[in-house]
Design a protein. Structure first.
Length: 766
């Protein structure tokens, strides 16, 4: 039963009962290990800004991989910056050892003998890694930089997943880095030698006519850094092997024993005409940070404190121990997202900054630590969107800029491609795209074109005609206005260009078949199309209709300043031509159809429920709820789709939460957010993708948020799909710059704070 919360009831609810066990706090979510790790798969994430570390202790050494979000080589592979090994002469970790991730300050600390404490933290606002050693007894340190890219490394077979040229018959190489002592520090860098992936992609996609106009993010890209430490001097070089990979090493050693050792790794990524310019900027970054470490530390601590105050979900249940684990892993995964808050490129769904040696993921042998499935700079949009959707309700809007900017930089290239292939306007974004906006080469097809496959037609059966996933990001852009109050003027041309593509492209295709651009009801004919990667050669996909309809409606609902009269009329007319969603009868029930018609099945998505999420046309508080529920119960096409519904990008937990299907939602959100199979609980996966699987964690976050709070028009549905036995204290964000803080214990709401107060009347207790 739904109850409109009156003002009097709301005031009563603010009286808090505090009997029984307290909710977990952020400190309860900290991760502590009391033994060393076996290998890199038992590493712990640490990061900030756009730099991530995998930290672990092994055989009395402290090791960490370190990565930045935009280290793309000639092949657009996302390469790690290297691995560091720290050995301390008087610190042993076999007894009284602890390794602790402290979420409050984004810090990892390791404790050893002689009261040794090694603290690792990353500057949120500058690309610098800090390692601080403190001990009661003076000791010597050996700081070793290990690099496995010391010779040409040929990519072949599974290795080629590193880049978008998988399947090519050409020889593809990861080229060596440059590493050397630079006085008493280590200089390391990779400067792209050529534009391999850019050149080959343009050539195989027959876009030579626009090549000189295309923006190229590969050319002259250089990434690397400087390693130095107080009292450390250049030592020796060496060789070794870790996991499956040989490496070379360069060591800095203590000139004399010390109780305090401060180590910094200063990094820099840029496209510069010369290496000298890159080095000059790197030196400037290092000089600045050495003079301002204390101030930088305070600024980073302040950022993490404010980050955790934006939102939270804390849980407890006397009868169900799953509750606290779900909430803890929600917080841990959100922390991992915060480690790439300000990256030049978005947090990657297939491992982000925290991948480790692939032999510990799927038993993938003879692959380097750089390996990840599904590419580095390239993006699979249906996976990637699930990393960013939860940031609206968590209030992490500033972290969405990396994803939005990624698209905005590619807009002109996508428009030029549309003009070249089809002669009309609009930005076409395919499902798998390189960071310069063109389709990933292996999805487009690298075999020579024939008359049966014209220019612009992708040769990948999963991705052909899959152009509508960009609408998720258009919708996120619009909703930063409704949630944050952001001025979204910079995004409007992008959104309009994406809509223009669909308008002009499908009218063009209709006119190639007949003399009319629309069907007899004056509706678009979205053919050939697709519902995700699953329902292929579709006519009027429900995913496409829902995506365009919702984006158009929310674009038109924006204040007048965002649209001219001409634009507003154009988009109103486009909306008037949208076909209705298709339906069908299955097992005697009316259900949403994936498309008006389709010719084959390829994948295991339930695209017919995309009108539930993310496009908000069906669900609790909306018309025809039972049609959507019956779509979940009866509307799928293959029984095998019911297996592993929690893995990777599967949205089933979100669908169930949106539809108020409590038993299913409770089970699926547990399966999403229970401990992963690696030592760090939120290293989910591998599932369909890689480890840590960030679209796995993202869908879990979204589902838990939707169980707690949903938005329907101006209404805020409170606890719409929540088990009575799970006590919860949470703070989440809602449209109209609203925050909702709630304490729910023993089956009732004990505290509710809604800001601004004017929004209290819109809260509906479910």
């Amino acid at each position: 039963m739904k109850t409109r919360l009156s003002y009097i009831l709301a005031m009563l609810l603010m009286c808090t009962g505090v009997g029984g066990k307290s909710f977990q706090t952020l400190g309860d979510c900290n991760v502590t290990w009391n033994t060393q790790s076996k290998n890199s798969s038992e590493s712990m994430p640490c990061g900030g800004g756009e730099t991530g570390l995998n930290v672990w202790a092994e055989n009395n050494d402290i090791l960490f991989y370190f990565s930045r979000s935009s280290c793309f080589d000639e092949n657009n592979a996302l390469l790690k910056l290297g691995r560091v090994r720290l050995h301390l002469s008087e610190a042993h970790f076999d007894k009284n050892f602890r390794q602790v991730l402290t979420l409050q300050d984004g810090t990892v600390r390791l404790y050893g003998s002689n009261n040794t404490v090694v603290t690792l933290w990353v500057d949120v606002f500058h690309p610098v890694v800090h390692v601080e050693v403190r001990a009661d007894k003076p000791q010597k340190a050996t700081l070793t930089y290990e690099n496995w890219r010391y010779a040409d490394y040929a990519l072949s077979g599974e290795d080629a997943h590193l880049c978008g040229m998988k399947g090519t018959k050409e020889n593809i190489y990861i080229y060596p880095d440059s590493v050397a002592f630079d006085k008493n520090q280590i200089l390391f860098y990779h400067r792209n030698r050529n534009d391999f992936v850019f050149d080959r992609t343009v050539d195989c996609e027959e876009l030579q006519d626009i090549k000189d106009k295309l923006w190229n993010p590969v050319k002259n890209r250089t990434f690397g850094g400087l390693i130095q430490g107080s009292g450390l001097v250049a030592g020796s070089t060496g060789n070794g092997r870790y996991a499956d990979t040989d490496y070379r090493s360069w060591s800095l050693v203590s000139a004399a024993p010390q109780k305090k050792i401060n180590i910094t790794i200063t990094t820099h990524v840029a496209q510069t005409p010369t290496l000298r310019e890159w080095r000059q900027t790197l030196d400037g970054i290092q000089k600045r940070q050495l003079a301002s470490t204390a101030a930088d530390r305070k600024a980073s601590l302040r950022w993490w404190s404010e980050f955790w105050q934006r939102s939270y979900i804390n849980m407890y249940s006397a009868s169900d121990p799953r509750a606290e684990q779900i909430a803890r892993n929600y917080q841990l995964f959100r922390y991992m997202l915060g480690c790439n808050a300000y990256g030049d490129t978005p947090t990657k769904f297939n491992g982000s900054l925290f991948t480790f040696d692939p032999c510990y993921v799927k038993g993938n042998r003879r692959l380097s630590p750089d390996f990840r499935q599904w590419g580095g700079a390239s993006m699979t949009a249906q996976n990637q969107r699930l990393v960013y959707w939860p940031m609206l309700k968590s209030g992490d809007w500033d972290m969405m800029d990396s994803q939005f900017s990624y698209y905005l930089r590619m807009q002109r290239n996508a428009e030029l491609m549309t003009e070249s292939y089809w002669g009309h306007n609009g930005a076409c974004f395919t499902e798998q795209i390189e960071n310069f906006g063109l389709p990933v080469a292996y999805s487009y097809g690298m075999e020579p074109r024939t008359g049966l496959r014209p220019r612009g037609k992708q040769a990948n059966g999963y991705c052909e005609y899959l152009w509508d996933t960009v609408m998720d990001f258009c919708l996120m852009m619009i909703r930063t206005h409704t949630y944050e109050g952001r001025d979204i003027s910079p995004y409007i041309p992008f959104i309009e260009s994406c809509l223009t593509f669909f308008d002009e492209h499908y009218r063009m295709l209709a006119l190639q078949r007949t003399v009319q651009p629309f069907d007899r009801n004056k509706h678009y004919i979205f053919y050939p199309g697709t519902a995700g990667e699953t329902y292929k050669m579709a006519t009027n996909s429900s995913q496409t209709i829902a995506a365009l309809t919702t984006v158009l409606r929310e674009l038109l609902a924006l204040p007048d300043k965002y649209l001219s009269d001409t634009s507003r009329s154009k988009w109103q007319e486009m909306l008037s031509h949208m076909p209705p969603l298709p339906f069908r009868i299955m097992e005697g029930h009316k259900v949403i159809a994936p498309a008006q018609s389709f010719e084959r099945l390829m994948n295991v998505e339930i695209n017919q429920l995309y009108p539930v999420f993310p496009y908000d046309m069906y669900g609790l508080g909306r018309p025809d709820l039972e049609v959507a529920r019956d779509t979940w119960r009866y509307g799928i096409d293959q029984p095998r789709w019911q297996k592993n519904r929690h893995e990777s990008w599967h949205q089933d937990a979100i669908f169930c939460a949106r539809l108020g299907l409590l038993p299913e939602a409770r089970d699926l959100v547990w399966r999403k957010l229970q401990d992963g199979r690696h030592r760090f609980p939120a290293f989910f996966g591998p599932g369909h993708d890689w480890t840590p699987d960030h679209n796995w964690g993202g869908t879990g976050m979204i589902a838990l948020q939707e169980m707690l709070m949903q938005n329907v028009g101006d209404s805020i549905l409170l606890l719409p799909c929540w088990p009575k036995e799970w006590d919860v204290s949470f703070k989440l964000h809602a449209p109209q710059q609203t925050t909702v803080e709630c304490v729910y214990k023993n089956g009732r709401v004990e505290r509710l704070v809604v800001l601004p107060e004017t929004r209290r009347k819109d809260v509906i207790l479910m």
